[in-house]
Design a protein around this ligand. Structure first.
Ligand SMILES: NC(=O)c1ccc[n+]([C@@H]2O[C@H](COP(=O)([O-])OP(=O)(O)OC[C@H]3O[C@@H](n4cnc5c(N)ncnc54)[C@H](OP(=O)(O)O)[C@@H]3O)[C@@H](O)[C@H]2O)c1
Length: 308
């Protein structure tokens, strides 16, 4: 199988191939009309979130040069495909205005689960950033996170204050490197946040036996970042053939290979995939359907990556 063939898989395409494989009798009645997008519960509330979401960093950073049309198209693709979760945060006022314009287009922001972050030093600067986010993004954030545990001692009390005031439904913190996993686990034990965000993938597997089981034990929702190591994963697998055994868990592309590895972990609530391209987002959303690898297959997947 050549990995360069078009491997995008929409829900409809997935169901068509599942039917061809004889899986149709296993699907619920009405599945061919409009299958529900797979969701998982937020442990603290039971509210369910679609399991694949959108990381928006590159799309937002391009807004000044390219305008809002591309980002709006990606957001529309997310909603049309059954997703809702968007992770973003405030940068400068001009960029925040453009971000807000895209989010609010056609009222899309009302259908999104909007995760934002505080990225500041000092409580006053944190509050000012959150006020600007709230005003320009056109919605009270569903989730506010302390980015990379930055200035945690000042920012976490601000987030608790905002949650009590009804200006954040959920609060939490993020990390994106293994260096910060220990600090994150100390924070989780001490504060029991509603959410954490952590790096995890078929290549960056460290959270699997530390941060993720702790989140499950403590009832903390998990957003996963760096599913593709910010693109480094695709450079690594370029030119490699997707193993034939990947079909055993309905994996049809290298993007699915990492996403299905991540979603196979029961502590994961939602994986954030960053993309500027609707086609890539459709492919990423489709990874939520079908089977996931078991523990033995996950080991085989890790071994496969060692040769790439
Ligand atoms: N400290 C923090 O809080 C922190 C740190 C890092 C990340 N994050 C969050 O996590 C999100 C994810 O970011 P990440 O760095 O982890 O990026 P990522 O999702 O691991 O990788 C993004 C890269 O993969 C490409 N890509 C995405 N889907 C693809 C597909 N199906 N086929 C081929 N290429 C594909 C994208 O390019 P195209 O645009 O061409 O699709 C982009 O270059 C961020 O947006 C952010 O929300 C948070």
């Amino acid at each position: 199988m050549n990995k360069h063939r078009n491997t995008s898989l929409s829900r409809r395409e997935f169901l068509r191939s599942a039917a061809a494989l004889g899986a149709a009798p296993l699907l619920p009645a009405g599945a061919f009309a409009q299958p529900a997008y797979p969701t998982r519960p937020i442990p603290k509330s039971g509210e369910r979130l679609p399991v694949v979401g959108l990381g928006s960093t590159k799309a937002v950073m391009q807004l000044k040069q390219r305008g809002t049309a591309g980002f709006k198209a990606v957001l529309r693709t997310l909603l049309d495909g059954g997703g809702t979760v968007v992770d973003t945060w405030s940068r400068d006022a001009a960029l925040d205005e453009l971000t807000g314009e895209a989010l609010q287009a056609d009222g899309m922001v009302n259908d999104l689960f909007l995760a934002t972050k505080v990225d500041a030093n000092g409580a006053e600067a944190g509050r000012a950033m959150l006020e600007r986010t709230r005003r320009l993004f056109g919605k009270t954030s569903d989730l506010i996170q302390v980015i990379s545990l930055r200035d945690l001692d000042n920012q976490w009390p601000v987030l608790k204050e905002w949650q009590q005031a009804g200006k954040a439904r959920y609060i939490g913190a993020t990390v994106s490197t293994q260096r910060q996993h220990q600090e994150m686990m100390e924070f989780m034990r001490a504060e029991r946040p509603d959410f954490i965000q952590v790096n995890y993938s078929v290549v960056e597997t460290e959270a699997e036996t530390s941060v993720l089981p702790l989140a499950a034990d403590l009832g903390i929702a998990v957003l996963v970042n760096r599913p593709f190591m910010n693109g480094g994963y695709f450079s690594r697998v370029r030119g490699a053939t997707l193993p034939e055994w990947a079909a055993e868990f309905d994996c049809r592309s290298w993007a699915h290979f990492s996403l299905k590895y991540i979603l196979a972990h029961p502590a994961v609530t939602c994986v954030l995939t960053e993309t500027t391209k609707p086609k890539h987002l459709r492919e990423n959303l489709a990874a939520a359907f079908g089977r996931f690898p078991d523990a033995k297959t996950k080991r085989r997947m890790r071994e496969e990556m060692q040769f790439l």
